[in-house]
Design a protein around this ligand. Structure first.
Ligand SMILES: C[S@@+](CC[C@H](N)C(=O)[O-])C[C@H]1O[C@@H](n2cnc3c(N)ncnc32)[C@H](O)[C@@H]1O
Length: 322
C-alpha cells in the first residue's frame, strides 16, 4: 500500500471548519486534501496547488499542513496558482468572491482569497495570473505534491506537463481533480502513459484520482505527454489501461469505467473524428449514471456527428430544406 492508501480509513476522523471558503470540490475531496497535508507531506519539496479558485481546496490542504507534525511553517511553502479573477476563459466563478458576486469595477478575487487564507499566509506563496506566465520554465525544484484543478483545456494541461510533471520523482504525490470529467481526456490518457511509474492510491475520491510516483518517469515519456504525440488509437489504449485499474469511486457514486469510455469519445471528438466519437458514445446513452449526469455531452457528440456529410439525419435535414 502507498502512503496514500492508508488515508482512506481516516476520512471519519477529519473535522473541517463549517465556514470554509466556497469550493467546487466535495467534502470528501477536501478531507482527503487535509489528510494528505496532515500525514504525508514534509514540505521539503514544493507543495503546489494549481487552480486554487476561492481557496476552499487551498484551505483544507493548508490546515492539514499546519497541523502536521513534520511540515515546518518557517521553511515549507504552499504554492497556490490561479488567475484569481473572473472573466472570459478563466473558468473562475463569481462565487469565489466572499460576497458571492463580482463587485462593480473589480474582477479580481485575490484580496478575498488572501483574507480567507489569512491563518496560512506566512507559508502561502500566491502566484496570480495565467499559469503560462506565473510559472517558471527554468524551475527544476522537485515537486513533492501537486493538486491539479486547473487543466480544463489542453493548452493549460501542456503547461502542467512541461513545468510541473517534469519535476515529480519517486514519492511525489499527485491529485487530479475533475478526473470524472469526460471532456478532459488528457487527464486520462496521460495517466495511462504514466502507469508504469506510478501507483494509484485506491478508488478515486469522488472526482479526484490520487497517485504516488514510484519510479523516475523517463524524460521521453514526459515529452510525449507534453507534446501530445499519441495517435487517437494510442490514446484509447492508454485510457483502457486506466479503466483496468479503476472502477467505482470510493463513495460508490461514480462508475469510472463508463466515465472513461465517454472520455474516449471525446478523444475522437477533439480529433475531428465525429463518427467514431458517436459510435463510442451512443452505446453509453443507456448507462444510468451518464444518462443522468452527462446528457449535454451526448447532445454535443450527437450533433457533431449529425453535422457530418452523408449521415442519415443530415440527409433528412437537407431534404426537408433545413
Ligand atoms: C475548478 S476551479 C478551482 C476550484 C478550487 N480548487 C476550489 O476548491 O473550488 C479552476 C480554477 O482554475 C483557474 N485557471 C484555469 N486556467 C488557468 C490558467 N491558465 N492560469 C491560472 N489559473 C487558471 C481558474 O481561475 C479557476 O479558479
Amino acid at each position: 500500500m502507498t502512503k496514500l492508501g492508508r488515508l482512506y480509513s481516516m476520512f471519519d476522523s477529519v473535522r473541517l471548519p463549517d465556514d470554509l471558503p466556497y469550493t467546487q470540490v466535495s467534502s470528501w475531496e477536501l478531507r482527503f486534501l487535509y489528510l494528505v497535508g496532515r500525514h504525508t507531506l514534509s514540505g521539503e519539496g514544493r507543495v503546489v496547488e494549481l487552480g486554487s479558485g476561492g481557496g476552499g481546496s487551498t484551505y483544507a490542504l493548508a490546515l492539514g499542513l499546519k497541523e502536521s507534525p513534520v511540515f515546518d511553517e518557517r521553511t515549507g511553502r504552499l504554492h497556490a496558482y490561479d488567475f484569481f479573477r473572473v472573466g472570459k476563459g478563466t473558468f473562475a466563478t463569481e462565487k469565489f468572491f466572499t460576497s458571492g458576486h463580482r463587485p462593480a469595477h473589480d474582477n479580481s478575487f485575490l484580496d478575498d482569497f488572501r483574507g480567507r487564507l489569512e491563518p496560512f499566509l506566512p507559508f502561502l506563496e500566491i502566484h496570480a495570473g495565467d499559469l503560462w506566465q506565473t510559472s517558471d520554465p527554468d524551475d527544476t525544484t522537485p515537486v513533492e505534491f501537486l493538486h491539479v484543478d486547473i487543466a480544463k483545456t489542453a493548452r493549460v494541461f501542456r503547461c502542467v506537463c512541461e513545468r510541473f510533471l517534469t519535476r515529480l520523482g519517486p514519492g511525489s504525490v499527485v491529485l487530479h481533480q475533475d478526473f470524472a470529467g469526460p471532456r478532459l481526456p488528457w487527464l486520462h490518457w496521460s495517466t495511462g502513459a504514466l502507469l508504469p511509474y506510478i501507483e494509484i492510491a485506491g478508488p478515486p475520491i469522488r472526482s479526484t484520482l490520487a497517485f504516488e510516483v514510484t519510479r523516475p518517469i523517463p524524460e521521453d515519456v514526459l515529452k510525449s505527454v507534453s507534446e501530445d504525440v499519441y495517435t487517437l488509437d494510442e490514446k484509447l489504449a492508454l485510457i483502457s489501461a486506466v479503466q483496468d485499474r479503476v472502477d467505482r469511486d470510493h463513495t460508490g457514486g461514480i462508475p469510472f469505467k463508463s466515465v472513461l469510455e465517454l472520455s474516449k469519445a471525446y478523444v475522437a471528438h477533439y480529433a475531428g473524428e465525429h463518427r467514431r466519437a458517436w459510435s463510442l458514445a451512443k452505446p453509453l446513452t443507456s448507462d444510468e449514471y451518464l444518462a443522468r449526469t452527462r446528457a449535454d455531452h451526448f447532445e454535443q457528440l450527437r450533433k457533431a456527428y449529425e453535422a457530418q456529410p452523408g449521415t442519415a439525419s443530415r440527409l433528412k435535414r437537407l431534404v426537408r430544406g433545413r
